[in-house]
Design a binder for this molecule. Structure first.
Ligand SMILES: Cc1cc2nc3c(=O)[nH]c(=O)nc-3n(C[C@H](O)[C@H](O)[C@H](O)COP(=O)(O)OP(=O)(O)OC[C@H]3O[C@@H](n4cnc5c(N)ncnc54)[C@H](O)[C@@H]3O)c2cc1C
Length: 317
């Protein structure tokens, strides 16, 4: 076993996902603690372009596996397993995303590695000390695991790596066994409102139960237009069928990290906060000065959204 760390990047339909750059930060932290190198793997898609984008400060080597376009369970399971066998790192780090959770258990199983999922903190103290959140982020637990280990990291918990690095880029022949590829992606279907990916938005106008009625949502869309923002929401709005599920922020929705998150008529329940606490600047509008959302807001407006939002629209227009 080496002191190195191997992190796996993630892309979807031609673009790298934010968690790839967060994995660089997390991987670099762990590699600094183990005294090893940070290797990054990118599997499929335009690997040369991805490697260029992934060449951030702190990455030592980028391994490209030029096979297929989009995510495929069998390809990822084979490629990551093969690369991990080749490099023999102390820590294998994968995203705790839908894709990551698809192949990470298969890889850990093939390599007979312990797997700690959904990590929000990683330290090295002899073995790996992984922090996880439980009960809707109400409690933290730590798992101490001997090296080597495989982990998945939660999105938006580490800052995205920046700067331009000078990593070596190496093509890796994972000797993919085509006969073992049991599934093929035949196409994509957008869900209703699926054109919107709130996790990629720079500015989110997020609405909660304080909006009262579905018809009042027009006001929120007017504000989002004035701000050139995207509309997201808390869960009750989705449960009421007023917005599609892909607009929901939170524990059972999406994790978002916009530059600005405007929380309007949202109380700030832990399950909601779990999905937006990584936002750069949080602005809250709420009639209740004791609403928990104000505990994490950078700016707060105590007031009725039906008075505040029209004023904001006028101001921004
Ligand atoms: C397992 C589990 C998973 C969950 N997952 C999620 C999740 O992914 N995302 C999520 O959001 N929730 C989730 N929830 C639900 C969560 O616990 C809360 O119930 C929910 O976040 C509350 O939404 P809200 O803030 O919009 O509504 P409320 O808590 O009802 O808050 C409404 C807020 O609006 C304010 N308000 C009312 N009128 C006005 C007005 N005119 N102007 C300004 N402010 C006003 C009120 O003061 C209040 O603070 C989950 C719950 C469970 C148990």
């Amino acid at each position: 076993m080496t002191d190195d760390v191997l992190a796996v990047a993630e892309h979807r339909r031609g673009s790298l996902r934010d968690v790839s750059f967060e994995a660089v930060t997390a991987g670099r932290q762990v590699a600094d603690a183990t005294g090893g190198q940070l290797h990054l793997a990118v599997v499929g898609g335009d690997v040369d372009e991805f490697a260029e984008e992934l060449n951030r400060e702190g990455v030592d080597v980028i391994h490209t596996v030029d096979y297929g376009e989009d995510f495929n369970h069998d390809v990822y399971a084979q490629a990551v397993t093969a690369l991990r066998e080749e490099l023999d790192p102390s820590v294998l780090l994968m995203p705790n995303s839908v894709n990551g959770l698809d192949y990470a258990p298969a890889v850990a199983n093939r390599l007979d590695l312990p797997l700690v999922t959904d990590c929000v903190g990683l330290e090295v103290d002899g073995g790996l000390v992984a922090t996880r959140e439980m009960y809707g982020s109400k409690v933290e637990t730590t798992a101490e695991v001997d090296l080597p280990v495989a982990v998945t990291i939660r999105g938006a918990e580490w800052p995205a790596a920046e700067g331009v690095g000078d990593a070596a880029v190496e093509a890796f022949d994972a000797a993919i066994d085509e006969g073992a590829i049991g599934s093929t992606v035949t196409g994509y279907e957008e869900v209703a409102g699926g054109d919107v990916d709130i996790s990629e938005a720079d500015v989110l106008v997020s609405i909660g139960r304080g909006i009262g009625e579905e018809d009042n949502l027009d006001l929120i869309f007017d504000l989002s237009e004035a701000l050139d923002a995207t509309v997201s929401s808390s869960r009750p709005i989705v449960d009421s069928g007023w917005l599609p599920k892909n607009r929901q922020v939170g524990q059972s929705g999406k994790t978002v990290t916009p530059d600005v998150y405007l929380a309007i008529g949202i109380s700030g329940a832990v399950q909601h906060v779990a999905g937006m606490k990584g936002s750069d600047t949080i602005v809250a509008v709420n009639t209740d000065p004791n609403a928990p959302i104000f505990d994490i807001a950078d700016y707060g407006i105590v007031g009725d959204l039906f008075e505040v939002v029209p004023e904001l629209i006028e101001e921004f227009e």
